[in-house]
Ligand binder design. Sequence first.
Ligand code: AMP
Length: 283
Amino acid sequence: MQIFRSHHELQNHLLSEKEKGYSIGFVPTMGALHQGHISLLDLCNSKCDVSVVSIFVNPLQFNNKEDLAKYPVQHEQDLSLLRQNSCDVVYLPERNDILGNEIENIHLNLGDLDQVLEGKFRPGHFDGVVQIVHRLFKIIQPNIAVFGEKDLQQVAVIKQLQKSFYPDVLVLVAPTKREPNGLAMSSRNMQLSDSGKMKAAAVFDSFLMAKTMFNSLPASKIIDTVTKKIKEHGLEVEYVSIINPETFKDLNKTDKKNMKAYICCAVICEGVRLIDNYCLTDD
Ligand code: AMP
């Protein structure tokens, strides 16, 4: 596994790999890696000759400074996990290597996508994501890039970025990896106590309950029941929504019969903000 801190050196290396005819797969991360990230790397390795994982806690996507300050960093453990899982190349830049103004910002109109759910509760978050993924795509020029369904709305944002600026990159989406109790794996879970991790599993329990109610009850009723159940476990609820994943707008009655539907939420557990989502319709 080769580790690059400079994007120029990374670019030179990848250029020579491409000249050999190798395809490049890319998994962007913020580090503090877990098996969710590794499932993305596995998918990447199965589709490409050379896998590249980036580790960079992107300050542009944090609307809350305290949240950024306490984001876990554990490079040695991350590198060892990547080595054990057949990663070929790691890009671990210093802030200026990627945020220096060599690569210009782009403007991507996200429309309503930026006004709902994460867009509404984290102003500027998706623009921060767009700017960093744009820089990473520009540097790495991957054939394939892999993202997690855990961040469902981010996937929709990335697909817009891909369509508008990177039509040659194939975006793949990997399903959410969960702990045995249903809690979605997340770097942020490291900030939870054992009892916090148990409480946070109420989110997935309530999603399963929502799925059983989906065909017989209106969305508003399901949202109320899920919100109540999550709060009973001592979590704060920022939002619970049932959305049409094409538009990210609240599901309305006419959608319900034929459309896919996802339940999405953001909760606060022991001061840690967690997001999760689940498909309520059968594939
Ligand atoms: P992050 O390091 O949190 O920015 O995540 C990097 C990538 O890993 C994103 O595409 C996430 O959606 C994905 N990811 C995070 N958690 C999980 C999970 N539990 N299962 C699958 N993918 C995940």
